[in-house]
Write a protein that binds this ligand. Structure first.
Ligand SMILES: Nc1ncnc2c1ncn2[C@@H]1O[C@H](COP(=O)(O)OP(=O)(O)O)[C@@H](O)[C@H]1O
Ligand SMILES: N[C@@H](CCC(=O)OP(=O)(O)O)C(=O)O
Length: 363
């Protein structure tokens, strides 16, 4: 099995202000055991910011972007050094891959990242991934490592995504504020009821809390990869999750595995959205048609040719994602026009399809 493992700051610190080496060595032992059993493991790690803060002797925090970037730049090195030393104990080799949103948006960079990951796995090297916090600005960031791990799971076409955290799984409400909450062991569909359970922003060290874990589960399960959110401090949590034992919350993967290109479309961050009229929504859904300008009601946000956009039905529901062949400004000018009128309106035409059926994934 190809497994993506995401370790949150909460797990790597054991709830303290420092990297918890005993915890990390135990997790490395489990990763090495999986590798030894023939599985392929990709690690998505958080805690660079925390490690930087620890390494600098806990200076007062300003919580600015610049401070976070500085701490991440210091801490990422510490994090890799720590993983490297622990991996050596088990004879595991490690590689560092730092990614950010642009690497999922740009087809060439996306394919390069995939080649590097495949190369590592073929040589039994453990790729250790984090967001490239030191250079990424907020608008160009994935923003949280739960979502990043789902993008990585899609990119690597993983069989399983395991998110270890400081909660025992998804509860009916935030267990920190609702002691009566109980564990939800299985989620077949991520509906409004599941989103409601997500609560607030997580622990004071983590980013996003359960909300981003559900978001990650949605991205990965849509592409057919099941997701397990489980407690990082439970004995052999990773090994148990991979062996299929009931632990934490399991989100069921949906549908058949999408072919690589369609996975890429889903893995990407949407730059904007296109609202369709009823006829276009029906043609896409029932006849597998491409989207033509005539079916475009309105355009939200700014995007370039080749970017991923959300396609919304007339009721406002996201019904598909695809790569647009027209940039947002041009599309606004041709919305509702027949294909033959595009050239007269723009002075050029990039073809009749706004989103070609080959570049479209229905949700
Ligand atoms: N419904 C819920 N079930 C479980 N945990 C929840 C829920 N809603 C919010 N949380 C909170 O999410 C936290 C985990 O997220 P976070 O602190 O970001 O961890 P990590 O660093 O692992 O990403 C838990 O400590 C928990 O308090
Ligand atoms: N990239 C950041 C972590 C961002 C993040 O999502 O944190 P967490 O919620 O602890 O998984 C870091 O390395 O500090």
């Amino acid at each position: 099995m190809r497994v993506v493992l995401k370790l949150g700051t909460s797990v790597l610190t054991g709830g303290s202000d420092r990297l918890c080496r005993p915890r990390m060595v135990d997790l490395m032992r489990q990763m090495a055991a999986l590798q030894g059993a023939g599985h392929q493991v990709i690690l998505v790690t958080s805690a660079a910011v925390l490690a930087g803060w620890e390494a600098l002797g806990f200076p007062p925090r300003t919580r600015t972007v610049a401070e976070k970037q500085l701490l991440a730049a210091v801490g990422q090195g510490v994090l890799m050094q720590t993983y490297g030393a622990l991996a050596e104990i088990y004879g595991v080799k490690v590689a560092q891959v730092l990614l950010t949103a642009g690497d999922f948006r740009d087809r060439t960079r996306y394919l390069n990242a995939r080649t590097t990951l495949d190369g590592c796995l073929a040589r039994r090297i453990l790729p250790i991934i984090n967001e490239n916090d030191a250079v990424a600005t907020s608008q160009l960031k994935v923003g949280d490592n739960d979502t990043l791990s789902a993008f990585v799971a899609n990119l690597a076409e993983a069989d399983l995504l395991v998110i270890l955290t400081d909660a025992p799984g998804l509860y009916t409400a935030d267990p920190r504020t609702h002691p009566e909450a109980v564990l939800i062991p299985l989620v077949e569909r991520i509906d409004a009821g599941i989103w409601e359970k997500a609560g607030g922003a997580g622990s004071h060290r983590g980013t996003g809390g359960m909300h981003t874990k559900i978001q990650a589960a949605e991205i990965a399960t849509r592409a057919g990869t099941p997701v397990i959110v489980a407690p990082g401090d439970a004995e052999n949590a990773l090994l148990r999750a991979v062996s299929g034992e009931a632990i934490g919350t399991r989100f069921v993967g949906h549908g058949s595995r999408l072919e690589a290109r369609k996975r890429w479309i889903l893995a990407e961050i949407a730059s904007g959205q296109i609202e369709l009229d009823a006829g276009a929504a029906k043609a896409l859904r029932e006849r597998g048609s491409s989207l033509l300008a005539v079916g475009v009601r309105s355009v939200v946000g700014e995007f370039e040719r080749g970017h991923t956009v959300r396609l919304l039905s007339p009721s406002g529901e996201e019904m598909a994602r695809g790569l647009t062949r027209y940039r947002s400004g041009d599309l606004r000018r041709v919305a509702g026009l027949r294909s033959s009128a595009i050239e007269a309106a723009l002075g050029f035409s990039d073809g009749p399809e706004v989103v070609h059926r080959d570049d479209l994934v229905l949700l």
